[in-house]
Ligand binder design. Sequence first.
Ligand code: TRP
Length: 338
Amino acid sequence: MADDPSRPRVFSGMQPSGEAHLGNYLGALRQWVELQESHECYFCIVDEHAVTGGDYAPADFPSRVFDLALSYLAVGLDPERSTIFVQSDVPAHTALAWLFNSVAAVGELERMTQFKDKSRSLESVPAGLLNYPVLQAADILLYRAEWVPVGEDQLQHLELSREIARRWNARFGEFFPEPQPLIGGVGRILGLDGGSKMSKSLGNTVGILAGPEEVQARVRTAVTDPQRIRRTDPGRPEVCNVFTLHGLFAASDEVEDVATRCRDATRGCVDCKRILSDRISGHFGEARERARELSARPGRIREVLDAGAERARREAARTLGEVRERMGMRWRGLEGLA
Ligand code: TRP
């Protein structure tokens, strides 16, 4: 339950890139939904991280946030149990990030793989790109979260969050826990091209709220075993991304059957993809239904995010107050003198 001190606290966030896709779901959301059973969860839409690359369209931004919120709720993140909110609705994130900038070192920020990858091609590198992991540390530590479900690609950022916590504690007194990664997702999900990570910007995804026909149309484009040219050629499930996806949506005996019928060529790729499409759209039937109900009441999403932000702000204010106090930014005990 929200504000249940007996449950270990979790924080995680996702950038607002609109409707969630299979990669977001398998790599994160599916696990988040389960964590709600056992943990006190904060699930954030990190819009302030999303502007750090510098180049984005402000006009599209509100719908990117709204559509991700819709996906959060559609898959079963539950505002009764979890605190679901937008980062920029809680100003303490950037306030704490600023304070952490005094314990984070430029050298270690420059060594972050993500920073190196993203800044390489830019002529002018926004400072926000460098400070991105400082804001991420603030997100997590603001709620003194102990557990952070993240993908492999975020482990380095999380290690830096721990380093920031340690360094701050050493300087200003033991206060922040060192947040640990929770690696429970399925790891890197390849896109339909079978070559690169599933990502909206590469156009190799399937939206989780896509209807059955759209899922069919998307999955039809998926790359399979390149050596299986004719329908009668035996396939190699172990090199086929469509097979990997079956593994994430079907029971183990069904997966075994997919493999067998690929190897002995009793089923062709077209049929195999059709079956996968049905499994995917079947899996998200309930989510589509919830999304449909929510879309009919757009005010409801705003209400959920407002209530989440209010809860988050309350908790955040406690931490920020304590941090400022310990950093010498507030007088205490002198109230009567003014
Ligand atoms: N950097 C994360 C990503 O790209 C998003 C993120 C921002 C995050 N703040 C966070 C994830 C805090 C976990 C905890 O996936």
